[in-house]
Design a protein around this ligand. Structure first.
Ligand code: MOS
Length: 710
């Protein structure tokens, strides 16, 4: 691999200066190979066949005709596939999702459930045979309808946070409030849709299982595969060098497990790639949410009561919750503060994390409600938020490690031109367009997790970093190059960073906006120690000098605090109430998100998140057909993701906000860009039209219907 860092290192170091991606040239020239295109000798191709009923039992898998088709080698299904262990407790503290432990039972819990893997000499042969495979079912009635608040069998479920947190007498404080808001908000089912579909190749190599994959953490995938197949973890190697997006969807999924089964049975390498359509049932998704907000405030806007209840769904075979009410526990205090996250089980696939899980839909409801309260109180929405800045964590009582929310609002308001805004709705017109502006707050947890790393001083004067990081398009590889260069006090072009290999040892996943921070910590410790040894005059032998680090103790010693990034989102929209079209004209996000390592790729993360906010506000919606239990239009034509034509000029910037407890000052930036973005747009639509939209996406038909009733 070539290194193509262009910037010059100043006396101040590489961190904080703009650098193009170190693997950028390889990616744009096609030299970088993705998981689905790495060549293997004797490679066989597996194609997943998915259930066509939403609930029932498999009666027969008619393999004989398919086995007679050209090139077909095997058909794996629940009747003949290797047994795996599904009883273990995984890294996430729960048993594996049965969707992942494929072909272990004849029950079908949703439409799109993997029922067979057809393996053939070519991908085309496998696909043709999988599509010809007849599977007979005993069908049972199913229920896929998410009815908002109307689920009597919903129940609270803890996530990384308790399901329920209550302090104070909610009804009494509401009754004593001068201004009360009671509103329901909903967000639809949303899908990650990374550009690169999930793909894995599995093979046995001298008694070791090797999997070449596209994932957000090779240690995670390797550990789950070792557990499922009852293997010594040291006998499993997972590599994932380049990843074309993940957003939470790229963990352990059916394709890796099916590939390992087939490679084991056939004793040759087997590749399984998901189609875009298959990803809609196999890759996870964001649950729809139904949220109720009740806010009570004094006439001056100070909150007395805050209630945020969120309902999301999960499958009948595995529990997952979208904890949308959690964001209220960070953002605002009130004498009575009640939040809860509930879940209902339906005959659908299990949802999973998707960029800012909880915060993305939760901030839409909460930040819309704050805007509605500001309107009712006759107070500027930024001023209302300033009056409700908590001293400590509203639920935890812990101090904030830093809370620069209103520094973001001040800078954002200045640059956006907020001071000139007439708060009255429905007054501004540009031809057929009504114009409006809106704002919302953003926050996302700032965490770090234990990681190990190794830095080698090579005999030729260069340095090699090995850390099991995942660069899922974020620029993490480049950020770590800059961090290592500064810790070593050398120019970045003397540093090579190798990532995405479980043999490099334990490291945190690319998730929770914690990846780069967690890895950078480990790299800094190892590189700093290596620099000290070299400074003492160590002679470098031909094999180099390697220093390893493990941050488990240091991360574990961090004091309990409310640790978050913050941001202020601004949007201007134009609404045509005769067609229902909403156009975002400009967006500005100002963030307090720790020290920024590489301004070029950091801006890309913020703008990417804000673009997701536009997409969430106006476009994305996976619609289920109640009759079949499957999706309408499970593809990028039927499920519209914001494209260039939908996205205006977006500005993202940041204020100085180093984390005092991180060796570099990092907080993490992968997710906060989407938080509050949809609310800022919805608030701007209200300002343009005078109509509140509490259900996403703000589709043309919804705008038209509201305009007719206004
Ligand atoms: Mo992210 S949803 O933590 O990959």
């Amino acid at each position: 691999m070539t290194t193509a860092i262009t910037g010059r290192t100043t006396a101040k170091g590489a961190v904080g200066t703009a650098h193009t991606r170190v693997e950028g040239r390889d990616k744009v020239t096609g030299a970088a190979r993705y998981a689905g295109e790495i060549p293997f000798a004797e490679l066989a191709h597996g194609w997943l066949a998915l259930s066509t009923v939403a609930r029932g039992r498999i009666l027969a898998v008619e393999t004989a005709p398919v086995l007679a088709m050209p090139g077909v080698i095997a058909v794996l299904h629940h009747g003949n596939a290797p047994r795996v262990d599904t009883e273990y407790i995984g890294l996430l503290g729960v048993p594996p999702d049965p969707t992942t432990a494929v072909f272990q039972q004849d029950r079908v819990p949703y439409l799109g459930w993997p029922v067979a893997l057809v393996v053939a000499e070519t991908s085309e042969q496998a696909r043709e045979a999988a599509e010809a495979l007849v599977v007979r079912y005993e069908e049972e009635p199913h229920d896929v309808a998410f009815e908002g608040g109307e689920h009597p069998d919903a129940y609270p479920l803890d996530a990384h946070m308790p399901a329920v947190a209550e302090k104070g007498d909610l009804e009494a404080e509401l009754a004593a409030s001068a201004v009360v808001l009671d509103a329901e908000y909903s967000t639809p089912e949303e899908h990650h849709n990374p550009m690169e579909p999930h793909a894995a190749t599995a093979r046995w190599d001298g008694g070791r299982l090797e999997v070449v994959d596209s994932n957000q953490g090779t240690v995670w995938v390797a550990a789950e595969l070792a557990s499922l197949f009852s293997l010594d973890p040291a006998a499993v190697r997972v590599r994932s060098e380049h990843v074309g997006g993940g957003f939470g969807s790229k963990g352990v999924r059916a394709h890796q497990v099916a590939a390992v089964m087939a490679a084991t049975v056939l004793q040759r390498p087997v590749r399984v790639v998901m189609t875009r359509r298959q990803m809609f049932s196999l890759a996870g998704y964001r649950s729809p949410t139904a949220q109720r907000l009740r806010l009570g405030a004094d006439a001056d806007g100070r909150l007395r009561a805050l209630e945020h209840r969120s309902l999301s769904l999960t499958s009948t075979v595995h529990e997952f919750i979208e904890p949308s009410a959690g964001v209220a526990r960070t953002m605002y205090d009130a004498d009575a503060h009640h939040t809860s996250n509930q879940v209902v089980r339906l005959d659908v696939p299990t949802p999973t994390w998707m960029r800012a899980p909880g915060e993305a839909p939760g901030s839409f409801a909460l930040e819309s409600a704050l805007d509605e309260l500001a309107e009712k109180c006759g107070i500027d929405p930024i001023e209302l938020r300033a009056r409700n800045e908590p001293e400590r964590g509203p639920v935890s009582g812990l101090p904030f490690s830093g809370r620069n929310l209103h520094a973001c609002f001040r800078e954002g308001a200045r640059r956006f031109g907020w001071a000139d805004r007439d708060p009255r709705p429905g007054l501004r017109r540009d031809g057929r367009w009504l114009l409006g502006t809106g704002t919302a707050a953003a926050s996302f947890p700032a965490g770090s997790a234990p990681s190990t790393g190794a830095v080698t001083a090579e005999a030729d004067g260069t340095f090699t970093v090995r850390i099991n990081a995942a660069d899922i398009g974020t620029g993490a590889r480049t950020a770590l190059t800059l961090v290592a260069a500064d810790a070593l006090e050398v120019a970045p072009d003397r540093v090579q960073v190798h990532i995405g290999d479980s043999d490099f040892g334990m490291a945190f996943i690319a998730g929770g906006s914690m990846g780069t921070r967690s890895w950078a910590w480990a790299v800094t410790v190892a590189a700093g120690e290596l620099r000290e040894r070299l400074a003492l005059g160590a002679i470098i032998p031909p094999e180099g000098i390697t220093v390893r680090s493990d941050t488990t103790e240091a991360v574990g010693a961090l004091a309990q605090m409310e640790r978050h990034s913050f941001g202020a989102q601004f949007a201007e929209v134009a609404v045509d109430v005769t067609t229902g079209e909403v156009r975002v004209r400009r967006m500005l996000g100002i963030f307090a998100a720790g020290r920024i390592i590489n301004p070029l790729t950091a801006r890309n993360q913020f703008v990417g998140g804000m673009t997701w906010g536009i997409s969430m506000a106006l476009h994305e919606e996976a619609v289920r057909d109640r009759a079949t239990g499957g999706h309408y239009g499970a593809d990028l034509a039927g499920y519209h993701v914001a494209t260039h034509a939908d996205v205006p000029h977006i500005e993202a910037d940041w204020i100085d906000d180093p984390d005092p407890d991180d060796p570099i000052g990092i907080k993490g930036i992968g997710e906060i860009g989407i938080v509050g973005a949809a609310a800022a747009i919805a608030n701007a639509v209200w300002h343009a039209t005078g109509v509140r939209h509490r259900s996403l996406p703000i589709r043309p038909d919804r705008v038209l219907r509201a305009a007719q009733h206004a």
